[in-house]
Design a protein around this ligand. Structure first.
Ligand code: TXA
Ligand code: MG
Length: 325
């Protein structure tokens, strides 16, 4: 597939109008959300949605998240909205995706044949303006080639998908930097299928009991095939070590990702990437850092782990998947 990719500044009203027109015509638009850039198509147009899978090289069994401009629009996409979903919708717009029973209006290709549909209202003003201008729900996975780190800038999207997407709306770096939290609300107890921008603690504060998938349970992998696929993997080999242990494990030429500055005595000629001490900042820079180190053509990236609390849970999840790649 080869077409001309237009990269447009999202701050211009004409750019939003052009992107909406492309979506209504069955084309593909990459756009910023507060989490990562999405690769969007009209969620109700099966032919358009198929183009997403082709552009990303995405396995056909991996369902897409449907983005809507307002919570009320969920009712046209879901057969029922369980009480836990009603409560969690208070976190919208925001980095939370709810898995609901699918209504027949949603084509099977969008949900990869699942009886459920994943929906969210994104918090980024450009995403909301695009949804409003287009007037349709937008199906959008992260706008990376399948298996690559998710894109948090328009440059990342272009690096992966130039020639495979019609329009890229450029609004600079994404404020959260990690994908949405995916919560299945079809069962008796809400279940987190993917850790993300909304911490589990925030979900518990609203609905009480919440289960958290380890991402390894076969039943979760069948319902959310994204868990099973190779993910977030830079070309370099990623090795996880405990905090303060990087120097002991890094060999000559290896890159290090640590929340500490490069220690005075450490000089093996490799790249030392100091990550922000606070986890929100770390999350914002994580995918860009993995891409940067890839571009530096390092063979191995030694990464010090972070605490598994708040958004740290999502950071660790992405690091573990990168290391498993
Ligand atoms: O923040 C985000 O969620 C970004 C932005 C663009 O919204 N999107 C994103 O999409 O990360 P994607 O396709 O890269 O990841 C979607 C995840 C996958 O793990 C997929 O398996 C899961 O959500 N998912 C989608 N629909 C599902 C469904 N019906 N049931 C269970 N899991 C579902
Ligand atoms: Mg993705």
């Amino acid at each position: 597939m080869s077409l001309r990719t237009e990269v447009l500044p999202a701050s211009e009203a004409a750019a939003i109008a052009r992107a909406a027109e492309v979506l209504r015509g069955g084309g593909l638009v990459a756009f910023p959300t507060e989490t990562v850039y999405g690769l969007g198509a009209d969620a109700l147009d099966a032919a358009a949605v198929r183009k997403i899978f082709a552009a990303k090289g995405r396995p056909a069994d991996n369902p897409l998240i449907v983005h809507v401009a307002a919570a009320e629009e969920v009712r046209a996409l879901a057969r029922t909205v369980p009480p836990a979903a009603e409560k969690l919708m208070r976190l919208w717009p925001g980095p939370l995706t709810l898995v609901l029973p699918r209504a027949d209006t949603v084509p099977a290709v969008t949900t990869a044949g699942q009886p459920t549909v994943a929906v969210r209202v994104p918090a980024h003003p450009v995403a909301l303006a695009l949804l409003q201008a287009c007037g349709r729900p937008i199906a959008a996975p992260s706008a990376n080639r399948s298996g690559r780190p998710s894109p948090t800038t328009a440059e990342h999207v272009v690096a992966d998908l130039a020639g495979a997407v019609d329009v890229v709306l450029d609004a600079g770096p994404c404020p959260v930097g990690l994908e949405s939290t995916v919560v299945d609300v079809t069962g008796a107890v809400p279940r987190v299928l993917r850790a993300g921008g909304v911490p589990v603690e925030a979900l518990r504060a609203i609905v009480g009991e919440v289960e958290v998938s380890s991402g390894q349970e076969p039943e979760d992998m069948a319902r959310s095939p994204g868990l099973r696929h190779r993910h977030y993997a830079p070309r370099a080999q990623v090795v996880l070590v405990g905090p303060g242990e990087a120097e002991r494990h890094a060999g000559p030429g290896d890159a290090v990702m640590s929340q500490r500055p490069r220690p005075a005595g450490f000089n093996k000629g490799g790249v030392w990437r100091t990550m922000p001490a606070e986890l929100e900042g770390y999350a914002r820079e994580l995918f860009a850092a993995l891409r940067e180190l890839d571009a530096a053509e390092v063979r191995r990236i030694v990464v010090e782990t972070v605490p598994e609390a708040g958004i740290g849970r999502a950071i660790l999840d992405r690091l573990r998947r990168a290391a498993a790649g």
